[in-house]
Design a protein around this ligand. Structure first.
Ligand code: WT7
Length: 604
């Protein structure tokens, strides 16, 4: 930000588009962003007493105050931990406790689907949960969505909760010298789901992360200062951190932030925004593309915008969806990059270079410059290009954007990402420590990687990671539930959605009330994003003789796929009774299912 003041101070850094169309877009110039970041940094330092190395949890919607908050933290060397605004207060509280945050920053409310939601309510829940986990959050700073109004019905706690707009005038015009940090100092934490019940805090570094996202934004997304760039992700996920905030702003671009739902109030909204702001680079997920295609196939043709470049990220994109993106959204004028990466990685791992490499619908492409991906089989043998065999995609080399560690859990970091294919755990040579991404992939002769999906117990819902174990732990907090298993089910729009199987305690009768309770607990402990397609009460779970729950078989039943050999189970009969429950009495035609569902649970 400071770097751009000479040349670009009067240029829009951020354009905020509120969800209600009656509220006009708001532009923040680089100078104005600089002023706001400095004032808020002064508040964090002098009112909250925050200093370099402290952690702050941020639970906010898609508003410009969110990047202001993040950049104010960065200015002081304070480590921000942004929790997706759609996550529940409970989920926020668990993360606040894990990071040891003494301050929580939130907002009174925001618009979603035409409604002004009470968001601050979650803060009280978060603080209670954090306290139970042993962390006392001392201050809650509340940004206000509309001046002079309060969107939240939750009462303020005296001495703990503060309206930002009441404190901020004390720091009017203050300039805070940026605290110089080592390039290896942590910049932020981003929690993500893995194969255990507890989300892990991916710790990203100051220098390498910023360099990497800037490089990816420039060379893969072709972002220049004169571009109006719109990434529709939420800043509460890694895509938003890297490709709404840090990357585009480092390049002095104009970054668009849209508050609400892409199809609100109608299927033309996204294209109206693109036309009005003259957006020329667009970035979104296959789920959003599928949704826009379904709700308004020809809408893009009605608006006079022109994209030069489009990114897709987060999930595999079906070739027919890719073609609609190319022909209808891009009007045949825009290059597409399908970027494969993860919360852990900071920036892109596989993608074509725009306009240099040929595009191949459904394939992410080769490693981006500096990244050397390869595929190993389960035995640790390399799977070669053109063999047609699927295996585990790994990155041979370290790179600047890779996370430093899991916050507070170095052992888990090594075990999760580096132990699998390390042949010599005493080695200090990076060559001996390939990064295991936990995705299946196929490498074609042309060097393009096709990503098949997760090989662990993570479900990719609408491009976001949910741990099956996290959802199962939530289910088990309902006293009537004895066992729970969560599996992914194919969904036309969201790619995959969770389906929940539960076994009740002995002598408990199945009822709608119990199902409602399970639904409710998933929503309050995790968030609406984890809402299952169905909750099925079954008499028993398929298990091996050693008592291991076979999620793979349940996933096969949920997706009408072949279950494979079940004769070695301790209770093969249960498979047929569960099948009838899930699929109805009539036998269904068994499909050859997608690759990630065939391997689901295989690594347990
Ligand atoms: C998982 C990471 C980092 C971006 C947002 C998601 C899947 C990501 C692609 C792609 C196929 C993809 C992988 C990965 N994924 N991009 N272009 N094609 N699959 O970040 O929440 O950390 O999820 O998303 O399975 O492991 P995330």
């Amino acid at each position: 930000m400071d770097r751009h003041l000479d040349k670009y101070k009067n240029k829009a850094a951020i354009i905020f588009v509120p969800e209600p169309e009656s509220e006009a877009p708001v532009s923040l110039t680089y100078r104005e962003l600089y002023v706001q970041v400095n004032e808020f940094a002064a508040l964090l330092r002098d009112f909250c007493g925050l200093k370099a190395g402290d952690r702050v949890t941020v639970h906010m919607p898609m508003v410009p105050e969110l990047p202001v908050t993040m950049l104010a933290c960065a200015r002081l060397g304070v480590i921000h931990s942004v929790v997706f605004g759609g996550f529940s207060g409970e989920a926020c509280g668990m993360r606040a406790a894990d990071s040891g945050s003494q301050v929580l920053i939130t907002m009174d409310g925001y618009y979603r689907n035409g409604k002004l939601l009470d968001h601050k309510a979650g803060a009280d829940i978060a603080l209670n949960i954090a306290k139970k986990e042993g962390t006392t959050v001392e201050k809650v700073l509340v940004w206000r969505r509309h001046p002079g109004q309060n969107a939240s019905a939750t009462p303020f706690v005296e001495g703990r909760d503060f309206w930002v707009d009441e404190i901020l005038p004390r720091y009017s015009g203050e300039i805070v010298a940026p605290v110089p940090m080592d390039s290896e100092a942590p910049l932020f934490l981003m929690y993500t789901s893995g194969s255990t019940g507890k989300p892990k805090g991916c710790q990203h570094r100051t220098g390498g992360y910023l360099a990497y996202v800037t490089g990816c934004s420039k060379y893969i997304q072709d972002i220049h200062p004169e571009d109006v760039y719109w990434c529709m992700a939420d800043i509460g996920w890694i895509t938003g951190h890297s490709f709404i905030v840090y990357g585009p702003l480092a390049l002095a671009a104009t970054s668009v932030i849209y508050e609400g739902v892409p199809t609100y109030p109608d299927a033309g909204r996204v294209w109206r925004i693109a036309e009005r702001l003259d957006v020329n680079i667009f970035h979104t997920s296959p789920t959003a593309i599928r949704m826009l295609r379904k709700s308004g196939h020809d809408e893009p043709t009605k608006y006079k915008y022109h994209f030069k470049h489009m990114t897709t990220v987060g999930e595999p994109i079906e070739p027919e969806v890719w073609r609609w993106y190319y022909e209808t959204v891009g009007k045949g004028e825009a290059v597409i990059v399908d970027t494969w990466w993860q919360t852990e990685n900071g920036g892109f791992l596989c993608s074509t270079k725009p306009a240099l490499d040929p595009m191949k619908p459904g394939s992410a492409g080769p490693g981006v410059p500096g990244i050397y991906p390869m595929i190993y089989d389960e035995m640790g043998e390399e799977v070669h290009a053109g063999s047609g065999k699927a295996g585990n995609i790994c990155i041979r080399n370290p790179w600047p954007g890779i996370m430093q560690t899991i916050w507070g859990d170095r052992e888990r970091f090594v075990a999760q990402y580096y132990a699998k294919y390390c042949k010599d755990t005493n080695s200090k040579r990076w060559q001996d420590w390939p990064y295991f991404a936990a995705d299946g992939a196929v490498l074609a002769v042309d060097g393009y990687f096709r990503i098949l999906g997760r090989v662990d117990d993570v479900i990719n819902v609408a491009g976001h990671r949910l741990g099956t174990k996290e959802i199962e732990s939530a289910c088990l907090t309902v006293p009537e539930v004895a066992e729970a298993a969560v599996v992914p089910v194919v969904d036309e729009i969201k790619g995959r959605v969770p389906e929940v199987y539960i076994v009740l305690q002995p002598d408990v009768q199945a009822s709608q009330e119990i199902v409602d309770k399970v639904n409710h607990v998933i929503e309050t402990m995790i968030g609406k994003i984890a809402r299952p397609r169905r909750i099925l009460v079954v008499p028993d779970m398929p298990k091996t003789r050693s008592g291991k729950l076979m999620r793979r078989i349940l996933a096969a039943l949920s997706n009408n796929m072949a279950t494979g050999d079940i004769t070695t189970l301790a209770n093969p009969d249960v498979v047929e009774s569960v099948r009838v429950l899930v699929q109805g009495k009539e036998a269904v035609v068994l499909q050859e299912g997608p690759e990630d569902l065939k391997t689901f649970g295989a690594n347990e």
